[in-house]
Design a binder for this molecule. Structure first.
Ligand code: MG
Length: 158
């Protein structure tokens, strides 16, 4: 058995009047993410963690933001493609752990749904998908509600 780990990191800026997608779930919010795709910064970090496991580059390389194909793209489809790559290489997902830093809105009511959605795409049980949320105590760009920052770790095994 081969075991591999990877990490991913992403940031998106917030702007009023845009939809907020996080972890595959639409979050009711007065602000949303500025992005070429739907801006799901949690899924982007997770994709990079999975790609990092296999040293396959990053999602910017796989799904260029200069391409019309990915304009406004549902990030769940990007994650599906990355998971397909993992499976093609002979691996399955062991577990993932995601930390979202966002000042507002509160994400706790949405964590369970994010875990369900992500577990479905990753083809694993929800007990293998951890999603955690924190504020930054009003410090930095996250604290000033200018953006959202996400770290993700993934483990895959053959
Ligand atoms: Mg991104």
């Amino acid at each position: 058995m081969d075991i591999r780990i990877g990490n991913g990191y992403d940031v998106h800026a917030l702007s009023p009047g845009l939809p907020m997608w996080l972890g595959g779930v639409r979050i009711p919010s007065e602000t949303g993410f500025v992005a070429h795709s739907d801006g799901d910064v949690a899924i982007h970090a997770l994709c990079d963690a999975l790609l990092g496991c296999l040293a396959l580059g990053d999602i910017g390389h796989l799904f260029p933001d200069t391409s019309d194909e990915w304009k406004g793209a549902d990030s769940k489809l990007l994650l599906e493609k990355v998971v397909a790559l993992v499976h093609e290489k002979g691996y399955t997902v062991g577990n993932v752990d995601i930390t979202i830093a966002l000042q507002k809105p509160k994400l706790s009511p949405h964590i369970a749904q994010m875990r369900t959605v992500l577990a479905g795409i990753l083809c694993v049980g929800e007990d293998r998908v951890s999603v955690k949320a924190t504020t930054t105590e009003r410090l930095g760009f996250v604290g000033r509600c200018e953006g959202c920052e996400v770290w993700a770790t993934a483990l895959i095994r053959s």
